[in-house]
Ligand binder design. Structure first.
Ligand SMILES: Cc1ncc(COP(=O)(O)O)c(C=O)c1O
Length: 440
């Protein structure tokens, strides 16, 4: 097929996620390599969101492709009840990467079902019913994960699952209170959370689920002391602490797992995306030894036909090896430093930039109409005039591919990006934001 045929057939026969279907214009991609993609007319695009913040190793990473091919030649599928080398190997590798309180892995197909199974495990382990999660969060689009989600992608599932309770995020930039320090902010949010825990009956709360660093809702980084404080509340009331590392995990923040930035050990970790960089889909729940041992004599009522799929696990083993052999964390910190400097310049130079938030190669630019009032460029949950779509389109016309959510633009490229590439790409953002400034 040529590019036009691909586009016509896809828009005719395929429903695209999270979109009104009329007028969709997907770019047909002919080839991709590293951080770049090319369309059928030879135009080059930079993948500045690593697709859906999952393609950490970039496009066409040969060792991972080879590992998948090798596994294809051995066998493609074995049910979870059989012993499979890539499954065994990946599990050991993951446990070795995780803190010392982790014992076993339960595999899923992706991030949403990782979260669904994490909740189930917490409910079975505690015998409790309630589930806490935050408003500015995205945990997946399936029924349970969609209910766990706090932001508007939850709305089609309402009225929602009984016992799923939402609490407020430590979103310091949008808090009307001026905190003296990060610690003061953390104490404020923790006190509010404990108050809510008490109102909801602490002894019926199975788990608190948080994106360690909120991803698609704006790279909201918790203030110092917040996550250890949540850990303390979980310990005090016997609640299972679940960190959703689907987006933030596997090197994105400069550490293998985002919670390592905050000196905290969760009980369960849901993961997906970066574990295979999307080369084959895979997700899972890392389970603490204590919780895993509970299932030595109690049935684990979780199951998926494709749990620990051999091709996916082979891709996982090769991806984790690639991270290690290529010192990926070092590169994230080096290129991330350049990204941070560029983002700070944007904030100083552009009236439309209210805030920039970044850690490693995980960042967002929050656009406002007015820096002082912090009025968002588009209201929460709405963008009737398609303003954000137009800005993303302007970036696309410069070959800078990313996405927006609410009033934010995301810059989260593959973790292999070089500092020079970061600099080159961020000049495009600078140019487009100058155009946005003129509209204020
Ligand atoms: C933090 C987080 N959790 C869960 C998910 C859902 O993952 P999946 O789309 O693989 O089901 C996502 C997807 O973007 C995510 O960002």
């Amino acid at each position: 097929m040529n590019g036009l045929e691909i586009k016509e057939k896809q828009t005719k026969y395929c429903l695209q996620s999270w979109s009104k279907q009329r007028g969709l214009n997907p770019i047909p991609i002919e080839k991709a390599d590293g951080i770049y993609m090319w369309d059928f007319d030879g135009n080059r695009y930079s993948d500045m969101s690593a697709q859906l913040v999952n393609l950490n190793i970039g496009h066409n990473c040969v060792p991972v492709q080879e590992a998948i091919k090798k596994q294809v030649d051995k066998y493609c599928y074995l049910s979870p009840a059989y012993g499979s080398e890539p499954r065994a190997e990946l599990s050991e590798m993951l446990i070795d990467l995780l803190p010392d309180n982790f014992g076993k892995i339960f595999y899923t197909n992706a991030g949403a079902d990782a979260n669904e199974n994490a909740i189930k495990i917490a409910k079975m382990y505690t015998g409790r019913q309630k589930v806490f999660s935050r408003y500015r969060s995205y945990h997946g689009s399936s029924f349970g994960a969609g209910n766990l989600t706090g932001e508007p992608r939850r709305y089609p599932l309402e009225p929602g699952i009984t016992g799923f309770v939402k609490f407020f995020d430590p979103y310091v930039y949008r808090e009307p209170i001026e905190f003296e320090s990060e610690e003061a902010a953390a104490s404020y949010y923790l006190a509010k959370l404990e108050e809510q825990i008490n109102y909801e009956n602490p002894y019926n709360i199975a788990c608190i689920v948080m994106e360690t660093i909120t991803g698609s809702n704006g790279v909201i980084i918790p203030p110092k002391g917040y996550l250890p404080g949540v850990r303390k509340l979980c310990d005090k009331y016997g609640i299972v602490m679940i960190c959703d590392e689907v987006m933030a995990g596997f090197g994105r923040t400069g550490k293998m797992f985002a919670f390592e930035n905050f000196d905290v050990k969760p009980d369960l970790v849901s993961f997906a995306k970066g574990v295979t960089s999307g080369y084959v889909q895979l997700g899972g729940v890392a389970v603490s030894t204590e919780i895993a041992e509970f299932f030595d004599d109690n049935q684990l009522s979780c199951g998926l036909t494709y749990s620990g799929h051999p091709l996916a696990c082979a891709a996982g083993v090769a991806t984790l090896n690639f991270y290690k052999e290529n010192n990926i964390l070092e590169n994230v910190n080096k290129s991330g430093k350049v990204l941070a400097d560029e983002l700070e310049k944007l904030k100083s130079n552009h009236p439309c930039v209210g805030d920039v938030r970044y850690i490693g190669l995980f960042s967002s630019i929050e656009l406002v109409k007015d820096k002082t009032t912090k009025e968002a460029l588009v209201p929460y949950g709405k963008d009737p005039d398609g303003v954000m779509g137009k800005i993303v389109g302007m970036l696309k016309s410069k070959g800078f591919m990313t996405y927006s959510h609410e009033n934010m633009i995301f810059v989260s490229p593959p973790l292999i990006i070089t500092p020079e590439q970061v600099k080159e790409e961020m000049t495009k953002v600078d140019e487009i934001l100058s155009e946005v400034d003129k509209t204020l």
